[in-house]
Design a protein around this ligand. Structure first.
Ligand code: SF4
Length: 213
């Protein structure tokens, strides 16, 4: 445990009050070079304006603005003209609602849905039995194509809405623009995954056990 950063078991949280004495043995603050590197990145011409704008929004809308509003405020502060939306087929209705809210605030969206390209799952090497309904055409989610489409459109900032676990990872990896997530997909909690954490000893206890394969 000593060698790896383990903030999740820290009781003192000294970092949050600016204390540097008597840090826990698993505290990453022992290596100060990391913080200098981080400060250099945050202070760089490339990221400083974005970082400051994000932090201003944290204060301005604290406990008032929903995340949708925070995202719009960030877009406006950064004066972004080309905003991308990578969304899931299951969020078509919500994508339209979002575009309406954005338009009412003078923000236009460039979007790409996960099924774009219409490739059958077998075309990327997946066996028929992996499909939800084997024997039928089933389009792959294509987060890499979503990222490449938005890159081609030269979006300055991308919003992720409801991409599957892992598919979202690939989108983040291949998106050239910085991203934020408006909605994470969780089909059993109404897209509110923290519910499973709150209910870990109760309703979700059995459903939180993985199976060795
Ligand atoms: S950085 Fe150090 S003090 Fe802060 S939460 Fe992590 S272990 Fe605790």
């Amino acid at each position: 445990m000593k060698d790896q950063s383990s903030c999740h078991i820290c009781g003192s949280v000294k970092c949050a009050v600016g204390e540097e004495e008597n840090l826990p043995v698993f505290c990453p603050m022992e290596d100060s070079s990391i913080y200098q590197e981080a400060v250099d990145i945050i202070s760089s011409d490339k990221y400083n304006e974005f970082y400051v704008a994000s932090t201003e929004i944290e204060k301005e809308g604290y406990c008032i603005w929903p995340r949708v509003r925070e995202i719009m405020e960030l877009i406006k502060k950064m004066k972004y003209k080309k905003v991308g939306l990578a969304f899931c087929n299951g969020f078509k209705k919500e994508a339209k609602i979002l575009s309406e809210i954005f338009l009412e605030n003078g923000i236009e969206i460039i979007s790409a849905m996960c099924k774009t390209g219409g490739l059958d799952k077998t075309e990327v090497g997946m066996p028929e039995e992996v499909k939800l309904r084997p024997g039928n055409f089933e389009a792959i989610c294509n987060p890499v194509a979503q990222a490449l489409i938005l890159n081609k459109e030269k979006t300055e900032f991308n919003i992720v809405m409801g991409l599957c676990v892992g598919h979202d990872s690939l989108f983040y990896k291949y998106s050239e623009a910085l991203c934020t997530t408006l909605v994470v997909k969780d089909r059993v909690t109404g897209h509110n995954p923290v519910v499973a954490l709150y209910c870990k000893d109760g309703y979700f206890k059995k459903r939180l056990k993985t199976e060795d394969k």
